[in-house]
Design a protein around this ligand. Structure first.
Ligand code: FPP
Length: 263
């Protein structure tokens, strides 16, 4: 698990307490999470190796970060590598592990200029040393930035994260600092790697796949979902704006009823 120092840095951000009756049109989502899918198919369509798709996908991360920041999004979480992605052929895994080096090596100065803070959720310790160095350096150099948080889900798996949270709470019970009957949703949320972040308002998945793939299962409980057939390397600023427009027109009720229904 990524250590507490990393995930608790900065303390919990203001997560808007959802008012069930607060339905109607909304502003820009504070937290947008993206499952960036379709790099392999993008490459295949062009008779290129799969890694060419990942490389192009990296450039899309740059583009979408800039646009999200411009639109006023506060947190952008991108699913860059899952705990299951280790099953891919070794050369592809090695390439994916080098992408943070290249991305941050190339774009860190402009991220700093844009006041972006780089963060990560996932199993940091099991990453190759060069990947860790790149991420650590970017996190350190952007630590005092207070603009958009670009949060990489890297070697991330939601079930592993939840298992880690359960272990942490179980330890507190064993030590006697928490009684089992005191365990509640807030305590679980606090034990997750996203403890310092608001829950995602909008989840985007590209490439036509309609599943969550072990991504932020707890955090997405009330998130608005938006799927597009567009492959990640083809995803552009206009696609992000379209997703946000759809989100803004949605009624979020959090299990309650809308204001107009309250009589
Ligand atoms: C899924 O597409 C994508 C991934 C497993 C990797 C996503 C990574 C990037 C977009 C680049 C990350 C950038 C940085 C800066 C770290 P897929 O390979 O499963 O595509 P397919 O379903 O078409 O085969």
């Amino acid at each position: 698990m990524l250590d507490k120092l990393i995930r608790k840095r900065g303390g919990r951000q203001e997560a808007e307490a959802p008012d069930p009756a607060d339905a109607g049109s909304r502003g820009v989502p504070g937290h947008v999470a993206i499952i960036m899918d379709g790099n392999g198919r993008w490459a295949k369509k062009r008779a290129l190796p799969r890694i060419a798709g990942h490389h192009e996908g990296m450039k899309t991360v740059r583009k979408i970060t800039r646009e999200a920041n411009r639109l006023g999004v506060k947190v952008l979480t991108v699913y860059a590598f899952s705990t299951e992605n280790w099953k891919r052929p070794k050369p592809e895994v090695e390439f994916l592990m080098k992408l943070p080096d290249e991305f941050l090596g190339t774009y860190l100065p402009e991220l700093i200029e844009q006041n972006v803070r780089v963060e990560m959720i996932g199993d940091y310790e099991s990453l190759p040393p060069h990947t860790k160095r790149a991420i650590r350096r970017a996190m350190d150099e952007t630590a005092s930035n207070d603009g958009l948080i670009l949060n990489f889900a890297m070697n991330y798996g939601s079930r592993a994260e939840l298992a880690g949270a359960v272990k942490e709470i179980a330890r507190s019970v064993k030590e006697g600092t928490v009684r089992p009957e005191e365990i509640n949703e807030a305590m679980i949320a606090e034990a997750l790697m996203t403890a310092h972040l608001p829950e995602p308002d909008l989840l985007i998945r590209t490439s036509g796949e309609v599943r969550l793939s072990n991504f932020m299962l707890w955090q997405l409980a009330y998130t608005e979902l938006w799927f597009t057939d567009t492959l990640w390397p083809d995803f552009g600023e206009a696609d992000l704006r379209e997703a946000i427009d759809v989100y803004r027109a949605r009624n979020r009720r959090y299990g309650g009823i809308g204001k107009e229904e309250v009589k």
